[in-house]
Design a protein around this ligand. Structure first.
Ligand SMILES: Nc1ncnc2c1ncn2[C@@H]1O[C@H](COP(=O)(O)OP(=O)(O)OP(=O)(O)O)[C@@H](O)[C@H]1O
Ligand SMILES: [Mg+2]
Length: 301
């Protein structure tokens, strides 16, 4: 697979703070990359650096072979960006906003309108297409800003908290769209979010940033290897703590699957009944906190 985003030793210093501290990573074509980290970690600063909206102090980033800092105009042609404050026009309708941005990107009126209507349908705003933007709800605006970012069919999509104000149905629509873009059209998606359960649903790899520094990166399985991941076993039985009692559910940690049969055997041998045994791997959320905890030397604040 081709690297769509290449970041090398990227650093952004502010007088009082290193907002981004020497980070390195790559994002492949068609990958949905989850960029995760607490408030103030450096996510939005990284998005701005990658899009050439900010100049780095040192280091470089390339998007499809184009240097972000040197050719920001070219970056704008190949990338779509959704941030908290998308510039759109309150007195224009949703449809007209999209057509306007299509034209800014050099599309002719007919193509812009066709693409705009297609996107409005995808984000379930077709019924509201002629309403002025000032009469849109927060979630409707947020969905429209996603459509705006996609009007010129970018090959890279940057999303900074794209679903923070959306209802469950809209989140599902946005997820479907992101997955179609990535898997069917090979668009690379760079997704900043705090919503770790949401991230786990749609991301294919991750970067974890804390205090400007990248503390871990890779697929969920690769991240899992960086912590002492245990398998969590939930048992429902009338036998625990060495004796029989009322049926209850309790959890045990094991290092691997091989440790489960002897554990079950022991309960049965002792005359206990087992109603269910379920295992699960740690979630992204659990891995995230474990990694933060490890890196900060045991104190998560
Ligand atoms: N223009 C600026 N001048 C000085 N410091 C800044 C500037 N922009 C950002 N910072 C600082 O850089 C750090 C990273 O900020 P950034 O906005 O990238 O965080 P973030 O990960 O996007 O956080 P959030 O989850 O809250 O959106 C913060 O400590 C912030 O205060
Ligand atoms: Mg931010």
């Amino acid at each position: 697979m081709i690297d769509a985003i290449i970041v090398e030793n990227l650093t952004k210093d502010y007088i009082e703070k290193k907002a981004v501290d020497n980070i390195n990573f790559t994002v492949k074509k068609g990958e949905v990359f989850g960029f995760l980290g607490p408030n103030g970690a450096g996510k939005t600063t990284t998005v701005k650096l990658l899009n050439g909206l900010l100049q780095p102090t040192t280091g470089t980033s390339d998007i499809l072979g184009i240097n972000s800092a040197k050719e920001p105009v070219k970056i704008r042609e190949i990338a779509g960006v959704v941030t908290e404050h998308a510039g759109m026009y309150d007195l224009m309708s949703g449809l007209d906003n999209l057509i306007f941005y299509g034209k800014v990107f050099g599309m002719n009126a007919t193509d812009a309108k066709t693409k705009a209507l297609h996107l409005l349908e995808k984000i379930d705003l077709l019924d509201a297409k002629d309403r002025k933007l000032k009469n849109y709800s927060t979630g409707m605006r947020q969905r429209l800003s996603l459509a705006r970012a996609l009007i010129h069919s970018p090959q890279i999509l940057f999303l900074d908290e794209p679903t923070s104000g959306l209802d469950p149905q809209s989140i599902q629509n946005v997820n479907t769209m992101i997955q179609e873009l990535a898997h069917e059209q090979g668009v690379s998606v760079f997704l900043c979010t705090h919503q770790l359960r949401y991230a786990q649903e749609i991301c294919t790899s991750y970067g974890l940033i804390d205090n400007g520094a990248l503390m871990a990166k890779g697929t969920l399985q690769e991240l899992e290897k960086q912590i002492d991941a245990k398998l969590l076993v939930t048992i429902r039985s009338n036998y625990y703590e060495g004796k029989k009692g009322a049926i209850k559910e309790y959890q045990k940690e094991v290092n691997n699957e091989e440790e489960i049969p002897p554990m079950v055997n022991e309960i049965v041998q002792a005359g206990g009944d087992i109603y269910s045994v379920a295992t699960r791997k740690p979630t992204l959320e659990e891995i995230y906190f474990e990694l933060l905890h490890k890196k900060r030397g045991g104190s998560v604040d």
